[in-house]
Design a protein around this ligand. Structure first.
Ligand SMILES: *Cc1c(COP(=O)(O)O)cnc(C)c1O
Length: 237
């Protein structure tokens, strides 16, 4: 299932056009929405190709896989986002090597990241993952616990709390997609009304980025749309 390299560049242009069209459709500036290229399970050469086409921010879900790619791509200036579930014994690798983490949903993980973030680096950008669909199997804090977690994390040195993130239950129903994203957007508004000053809504993937942008997404996480189908589930967290 290896894709020719040209497709990565073509796909990237296509995704950028989708983002611009979705932003225009609701009167937002195209650069109001950042594109995170989700490269999990794909080889470093795909990242290099995307970088050549101007992409700088990449998302990975598995710590070991991310570290291996960082090592191979040291010569490039890249922004690394960790977007997978994180166990407490892997926090140090993220604190020391990533620019962002989107999946903090426990105080303990946030405190470890804060402590382990090297003081010579800029604070680690953090999003709190929220379980907007209420599925028992899903990661993320319940919406009614997000404010308390945000208040705990916001003052920690070593962290810069940026916003909220969600991965809603998959559905083809555009109205239901928007409803889930609206839940996250409203929650962000509530937290900001409480003084949190969050500027990032990490929501929207290949299948639903238009719905997410219509509800105020500032960062879409796109894998398949750029790099093609993933052959395997990856090496595990
Ligand atoms: C894999 C993944 C994505 C990208 O999903 P696509 O459907 O391939 O665009 C986005 N966010 C998270 C958290 C992921 O795990």
């Amino acid at each position: 299932m290896k894709m020719p390299m040209m497709s990565v560049v073509d796909n990237l242009h296509n995704v950028r056009a989708r983002i611009a069209a979705a932003a225009a459709a609701c009167g937002r500036a195209p650069d109001a929405v950042q594109l995170l290229a989700v490269s999990k399970t794909h080889p470093p050469e795909f990242i290099r190709t995307a970088h050549g086409a101007g992409q700088r921010a990449f998302g990975e879900n598995y710590v070991q896989e991310a570290l291996a790619k960082m090592e191979r791509l040291r010569d490039l200036e890249l922004e690394w986002h960790f977007i997978g579930p994180l166990q407490s014994n892997k926090t140090r690798a993220v604190a020391e090597n990533c620019d962002w983490i989107h999946t903090v949903d426990r105080e303990r993980i946030g405190r470890r990241l804060a402590t382990q973030r090297p003081r010579g680096l800029a604070p680690l950008n953090v999003c709190i993952e929220v379980n907007v669909s209420g599925e028992a199997s899903k990661a993320g804090v319940p919406p009614d616990e997000a404010l308390a977690l945000a208040r705990t994390l916001a003052p920690l040195p070593g962290l810069h709390l940026r916003g909220l993130m969600c991965v809603p239950a998959a559905t083809d129903d555009g109205a239901r997609q928007r409803q889930a994203f609206r839940t996250l957007a409203r929650l962000q508004q509530e937290l900001n009304n409480a003084g949190l000053g969050l500027d990032t809504l990490s929501m929207g993937m290949t299948a639903d980025l238009e719905a997410a942008i219509a509800e105020g997404s500032t960062l879409v996480r796109v894998g398949t749309g750029i790099f093609g189908p993933r052959a395997a589930a990856g090496p595990g967290p």
